[in-house]
Design a binder for this molecule. Structure first.
Ligand code: LMR
Length: 329
């Protein structure tokens, strides 16, 4: 994938070519694994639009959705090597560096999207993003996806005991594995773009994701039951290659920060709308049986998962956890 000129994006020859509103000419590669008609897909296009229009076309952002360029099994390495300049992985995919990135998988930690956004916009969110610097990455911000819900092929889930013996695909990380272990299920980390096939072949019985991902990945074709549990959150970190970032001038950095902010706002505006549309569409198509947990049923899940919360929240930076909990009070 040799179309990146950004390794030398701020070299003197590039600076000499400054044409668009004083920004250096460069091409930036942005890779992600979700479909285009998702909050992440749309936020990425907004990010591109802001950068390209404000730089008068001097900076081009090439967005590769649906894992076309890198999958979530290799995009982080590609970023650290500066083969791609920007990615937006699920936070938990960064947990190999810092456990705190699994905060979004702590069961029922955020009471709703607004509480989550307040956390992200505050000191807790900043502290989390700042942890990436030491690993050759720059956290530009948070992008929303949605609360996660469970699909499977074996049983209609309305009680924690129903999960016993099921094998569930997750995006990986200790906490989400512990969630399923506490429910008597096993879990397997499988790359997002390989999950449809794993469900189809029966490698796993089920998976968990946002409604938009469930619908745009066509899981209802290969799954019988959907339980609206909202037990954890799928949330993205917008991450830039530090090698690339550190060579940018201040004005260019500011433009990318502005694009990160505007695109996050678009993602937030779209989250509820796209989640609702996905649910409506799945209801209309009728391929998957949908069960919305009652308050009583959800409480049973909260109770069973409380020990997971108590044990694994200790692995999260206490200040970050405290800020998250404050926003949900
Ligand atoms: C997943 O692997 O389930 C998610 O991270 C996919 C996504 O939307 O990036």
């Amino acid at each position: 994938f040799g179309c990146s000129s950004s390794n030398s994006s701020n070299s003197s020859s590039d600076n000499a070519k400054k044409g668009g509103n004083g920004y250096p000419k460069m091409t930036v590669m942005f890779s992600h694994v979700a479909a285009e008609n998702t909050p992440k897909g749309q936020a990425a296009l907004k990010f591109k639009e802001v950068v390209e229009s404000k730089s008068n076309g001097a900076i081009q952002v090439k967005v590769f959705p649906s894992g076309q360029l890198y999958g979530d099994d290799n995009e982080i390495e590609a970023l650290q090597a500066n083969n791609v300049q920007i990615i937006a992985p699920s936070s938990a995919k960064l947990s190999g560096f810092e456990k705190s990135f699994e905060i979004f998988d702590l069961p029922f930690v955020f009471k709703d999207s607004q509480a989550l956004y307040s956390f992200e916009d505050g000191e807790g969110g900043k502290k989390l993003l700042d942890k990436l610097d030491q690993y050759g990455m720059i956290g530009l911000g948070f992008w929303p996806n949605g609360f996660k819900h469970i699909t499977n092929n074996k049983v209609e889930i309305d009680d924690p005991a129903d999960l016993k013996g099921l094998k569930i695909r997750t995006h990986g990380g200790t906490i989400i594995n512990e969630v399923y272990a506490a429910l008597g299920a096993s879990s397997a980390k499988i790359a997002f773009n390989e999950t449809y096939q794993a469900l189809q072949l029966g490698t796993v019985d089920g998976q968990e994701n946002s409604l938009v991902n469930i619908q745009t990945q066509r899981y209802p074709e290969v799954q019988k039951y959907l339980t609206l549990s909202g037990h954890a959150r799928s949330e993205y970190i917008l991450v830039a290659s530090k090698t690339w970032w550190d060579k940018l001038d201040a004005k260019t950095k500011e433009l990318f920060m502005e694009a990160a902010k505007t695109s996050a706002e678009i993602g937030r505006e779209l989250e509820a709308k796209l989640e609702k549309e996905a649910l409506d569409q799945m209801e209309k198509e009728g391929k998957i049986k949908i069960h919305n947990l009652t308050d009583g049923e959800r409480q049973k899940f909260t109770d069973v998962l409380q020990p997971v919360f108590d044990k694994w929240s200790k692995e999260i930076d206490p200040e970050v956890l405290q800020k998250a909990q404050e926003t949900s009070q």
